[in-house]
Design a protein around this ligand. Structure first.
Ligand code: FEO
Ligand code: CA
Ligand code: CA
Length: 619
């Protein structure tokens, strides 16, 4: 609808009239007005609008996991469960790296369900790929050692608990089972051989002890969220990779870059104490191998994961792709750090439904853009193209590869909008709009607010909706709306639907999923600081109940909820329960979920929720 050829006033009028016309649009932030941000009452009911009929779960905070009445959570797989035959039972008192490398890893985050066989829509049999984002040494090892104090054997366990797991799962008589030792079973770790692809591959800056050519590399870690592509691969985002490094980098050419990532000479973990690879004083370029989106083909256990440099280097939360009408691939990805940016990639080549191998190269070449939000409700996508505008030698860029390696700096120069920590960014399959989870930003000051990041000391986050003109996701200019300003129910800076109950408010949206009706399922990380458990809330995004959030699931104390993912038939909802017990101790944890066995610490686990009548979740 809006594009750069339409005068501003016309855009604004369209936007305002659409708001009045569209039922229950939740934003009133044009021109940055924060007051009056509360929900506009619907002008007309939309009989066809989706409705969520589940019974709302009360708020609360306790030792176990709870779901809406009429639904059942099944613990599918836990940290330490063996993925292969011949692996000893999990023994938290005597964990070894060898065993951990064949077991489910720690702190599961993103979950992708990929039906079997490839290309089918099977919802009863498939592959599950799961990120293991990070570890809590204090919850993993007897005696709760400090993360930086692990000895070599513990460090090897710690390293092996990172990366991803690929497992095969099947549903029999309503129960899901893990197929142990399946031909697809795979652990991907910080030591799995991988390759760099795209313009930064082979860069001199990527040459290290483990990569003589700047192309071959090892491993992935800090894997937060991700996405599944229409061609059946998984994208995983490398996020807080700074934690693994230590060592003096004050003389490095990458000093500014590393400081912005949060690297510290002192370090926070033990890896650099035992392996020079993670010691920046010895391997000053090693951190440049991290901070990418990695594409993995879980259907081929021998495939070499590819780091897609064309999607830029930063703290990727995740990545989700959308195929446009003209078959270009658009990928959305957020940089999850305070005041960092939102990005969009548009592929050079086109998706070919019948050529999977060609599709697997689509994310290697294209144009990366950063987002500049305007207070008039538009957002401009600015291309990160070497040689264009400020992205030249004068500003330190010698190639397109440099632009990808220094994507943050390039986006600074282009004038991207500093955001309140972009987490998941996903396209709603029902309406084609894009939803951006902005989790919080306690450091934003009053004089740094704008319409899309409207609150200083933003503790509870917001959800922003992006609307591509005529559904054209390649367009340079979109519109945006504020779907939700989260926080406590009675906080006047929130914009909840008037029918939101005392159980329907939420804080710190992190990951999300959509059902086929287009309802938004929101996973949170940080609600506990408001006295309620993290978990899942859901809301329609169209119609009279647009933005009416309802609580569906509560995590056990200390845990966040990540990676919600539906099977194609919407009858199974996979959820990651990450860090149950939070920051307590191995011997005296806040909960022993899910085993509730005095000999077992709490264990991060994947839960699958089904409806007791075998119906559609939420329906
Ligand atoms: Fe790993 Fe952005 O949370
Ligand atoms: Ca996250
Ligand atoms: Ca998180």
């Amino acid at each position: 609808m809006a594009n750069k050829n339409i005068p501003f006033q016309t855009v604004l009028n369209q936007r305002l009239s659409r708001r009045n016309f569209l039922v229950a649009s939740s934003t009133l932030v044009a021109a940055g007005a924060m007051s009056g941000c509360h929900f506009t009452q619907p002008q007309s009911a939309d009989a066809a609008a989706p409705h969520l009929s589940f019974t709302e779960l009360p708020q609360g905070l306790d030792k176990t996991l709870s779901v809406s009445p009429g639904y059942t959570p099944q613990v599918l797989i836990r940290w330490g469960d063996a993925l292969f035959d011949g692996v000893d039972d999990f023994d938290p008192q005597n964990q070894t790296a060898e065993r951990q490398a064949k077991q489910f890893g720690f702190n599961n985050d993103f979950i992708g369900f990929l039906p079997l066989p490839l290309g089918s829509q099977n919802s009863d049999h498939g592959l599950l790929t799961v990120n293991h984002e990070y570890t809590n040494a204090t919850m993993m090892f007897p005696g709760s050692p400090k993360p930086a104090a692990l000895d070599k054997a513990q460090t090897d366990v710690d390293i092996a608990a990172h990366g991803l797991s690929v497992i095969e799962i099947k549903k029999h008589d309503g129960q899901w089972q893990v197929v142990k030792n399946s031909p697809y079973t795979r652990r991907i770790t910080p030591n799995t051989p991988m390759q760099m692809s795209g313009a930064a591959a082979g860069s001199d800056r990527l040459r290290t002890a483990i990569s003589q050519d700047g192309v071959h590399t090892l491993g992935t870690y800090g894997n937060c969220a991700g996405g599944v592509t229409p061609w059946g691969t998984v994208l995983t985002g490398e996020e807080n990779i700074d934690n693994m490094f230590a060592g003096d980098f004050s003389d490095s050419a990458e000093k500014e870059n590393y400081e912005r990532f949060g690297m510290e000479a002192k370090g926070r973990k033990s890896w650099a104490s035992h392996y020079p690879r993670w010691d920046m004083s010895q391997q000053p370029n090693e951190p440049l191998h991290m901070g990418w989106i990695v594409e993995i083909d879980p259907y081929d256990p021998n495939s070499i994961p590819q780091k897609r440099t064309a999607l830029g280097r930063f703290k990727h939360e995740g990545c989700n792709v959308f195929i446009t009408k003209d078959q270009h691939v658009v990928a959305y990805t957020g940089d999850d750090q305070r005041f960092e940016y939102l990005y969009k990639f548009v592929s050079k080549n086109r998706y070919q439904p019948d050529d999977r191998e060609a599709n697997k190269q689509l994310l290697s070449e294209g144009t990366l853009h950063c987002a500049r939000f305007h207070d008039d409700g538009t957002v401009t996508w600015l291309p990160l193209v070497y040689g264009q505008g400020p992205l030249t030698k004068a500003n330190g860029f010698d190639s397109q590869g440099d632009v990808y390696l220094d994507a943050r700096k390039a986006a600074d120069l282009l004038g991207a909008t500093p955001m309140d920590r972009p987490e998941d960014v996903e396209v709603n399959p029902a309406n084609g709009k894009v939803y951006v989870m902005l989790t919080n930003n306690s450091e934003r000051q009053d004089d740094q607010t704008d319409a899309v990041n409207p609150r200083a000391n933003n503790r509870a986050g917001q959800i922003v909706e992006l609307i591509a003109p005529n559904g054209d996701h390649t367009a340079e200019r979109f519109n945006w709306e504020m779907l939700l300003l989260a926080g406590e129910r009675n906080d006047p800076s929130t914009n909840y639907h008037p029918d939101t109950t005392e159980n329907g408010w939420l804080a710190c949206p992190d990951n999300c999923a959509f059902d086929q009706q287009g309802n938004l399922w929101i996973a949170t990380d940080g609600a506990e600081k408001f006295g309620i458990a993290d978990g899942i809330w859901a809301c329609p995004v169209e119609g009279r109940e647009r933005g009416l959030t309802k609580r569906f699931l509560r995590t056990p104390v200390g845990a966040e909820l990540c990676g919600p993912f539906f099977t194609p038939n919407d009858k199974n909802l996979f959820c990651s329960i990450q860090h149950p017990g939070g920051k307590s101790t191995f011997e005296n944890p806040l909960t022993r979920w899910p085993d509730f066995d005095d000999k077992m610490p709490p264990r991060p686990a994947v839960v699958v929720v089904t409806k007791n009548d075998d119906g559609v979740i939420g329906g």
